[in-house]
Design a protein around this ligand. Structure first.
Ligand SMILES: [Zn+2]
Ligand SMILES: [Zn+2]
Length: 433
């Protein structure tokens, strides 16, 4: 399909330079279609994310100059030759995506056609790649090339093209009232938060408390002489790390627990006081139905250890959500979790060894769920939560908003530095400002 005539030769992009802490705003060539499945997206908004900091700090073993950013949305301006009515039997967007459609991209590319994608494990598609990495130029630019776009993108202009609990009409109505800076959370932080909460609540180790049937009867139907007391069914969660993803995980977990009317107590942990304040401000904005009947408090590390010990009579948390990705955070998760507990980690871990031994894992019968969120697969759940919780996801700049500010790309070097030092929250770049 023909590119729109207005495509310029060069564009503004935010690029990372080795070895570390070097972000430059530069003029680079506009990307072109390279493969038939490619789309070129004109980026309206792109966000800065905590996991961008691993590359920024030089921790990721990267030495290639590249365009940063894996969270972006925008408008399709060019499509490869795969697109059109002739593409039968492929993911729907190959037949339906058009130039001019408004799209949000999950932060990794996936084909949507292989056995990994078909099972929903889209972040580990063998032909996938992470935007804003040496393998694939990122979205903090005026234009971005999206490989396998028909399997990857979400077409916000065509709400029929994804399934959720909302009807296409409800989706359309909701979309009309949601700001782009809010929709941008669907690229990563909201699906990742929902993913962390979903894995924690659905872990097999949580089932005895959920079902009231002791292990292993929790897996089977039929009568059982239960030993479980009402107090054993109290679900105790810790959420470690209250950056934007930690806040999304908190809101999502609260939503799942209150929806199922489960008894729960959550301690949300961060050493930075301003992040704890934001977490409590966000919590206070959620209506009573969304808070359920449980407790939620944000605390420092030491206070949280005491709280978990008191709440659980020294036993530990049912599950811990680790959203940071460093040895001290995962070590704290191990300390807080109960025997036969589950640790869900969506933080991006680097090179150091895990700070516990095999014997320590054996001694607690601990389970781990590690890794990247399959954002493509999680999108429908995340969208539904975004619609439902516009009270906390809808605004910009307040103490209780997830998005801290919207700035132009020229501010990128200062914004990266301030975000690196936890001085600001989620920053969004308007690439045309
Ligand atoms: Zn991200
Ligand atoms: Zn695939």
């Amino acid at each position: 399909m023909a590119p729109s005539n207005s495509m310029p030769e060069t564009m503004t992009a935010i690029r990372w330079h080795p070895p570390a802490f070097d972000i430059r705003v530069e003029s680079v060539p506009v990307p072109k279609i390279q493969e038939p499945d490619d789309a070129i997206v004109k980026v309206s908004l792109a966000a800065l994310c905590g996991s961008d900091l691993h590359v920024y700090r030089g921790h990721a073993g990267v030495d290639k100059i590249h365009i940063s950013g894996h969270e972006f949305m925008g408008e399709v301006v060019e499509l490869g030759s795969s697109y059109g009515a002739h593409s039968k039997g492929r993911p729907e967007l190959y037949a339906t995506l058009k130039v001019g459609d408004k799209v949000v991209s999950p932060f990794t590319v996936n084909c949507g056609e292989c056995d990994v994608c078909r099972l929903g494990y889209t972040c580990r598609c063998p032909v996938g790649a992470l935007f804003g990495s040496p393998a694939l130029e990122g979205g903090q630019a005026q234009y971005v090339r999206v490989p396998k776009a028909g399997g990857t993108l979400f077409n916000l202009s065509d709400p029929k093209s994804w399934h959720s609990t909302l009807s296409p009409e409800m989706k359309e109505k909701a979309l009309a009232g949601i700001a782009d800076s809010s929709l941008l959370m669907l690229a990563d932080i909201l699906p990742t938060g929902v993913f962390a909460a979903l894995q924690a609540l659905n872990h097999p180790k949580v089932l005895p408390a959920l079902s009231g049937r002791p292990w292993p009867a929790s897996f089977f139907p039929g009568d059982v002489s239960t030993t479980v007391l009402p107090k054993d069914r109290m679900l105790t969660f810790a959420i470690i790390g209250l950056g934007p993803v930690g806040l999304c995980a908190s809101v999502s977990l609260l939503d799942m627990l209150s929806e199922k009317q489960l008894p729960f107590q959550i301690v949300a942990i961060d050493p930075v006081e301003s992040r704890r304040e934001k977490a409590m401000a966000v919590y206070s904005k959620i209506d009573q139905a969304g808070k359920g009947s449980g407790k939620f408090i944000a605390q420092s590390i030491d206070d949280a250890k005491k709280t978990v010990a008191t709440w659980t009579e020294g036993v530990g948390c049912t599950a811990v959500l680790e959203i940071v990705g460093n040895p001290s955070a995962i070590s704290l998760a191990y300390d807080l979790v109960r025997p036969f507990g589950a640790i869900v980690s969506v933080g991006v871990h680097g090179e150091p060894q895990m700070p516990f031994t095999g014997r320590q894992l054996y001694n607690k019968n601990v389970s781990f769920d590690f890794g990247r969120c399959p954002a493509r697969a999680m999108f429908p759940m995340a969208f539904d939560l975004l619609v439902k919780r516009q009270d906390v996801f809808g605004e910009v700049g307040g103490l209780d908003s997830l998005v801290d500010r919207i700035i132009g790309p020229n501010e990128a070097p200062e914004i990266y530095a301030a975000f690196d030092q936890s001085k600001i929250g989620k920053a969004v770049f308007d690439m045309w400002k």
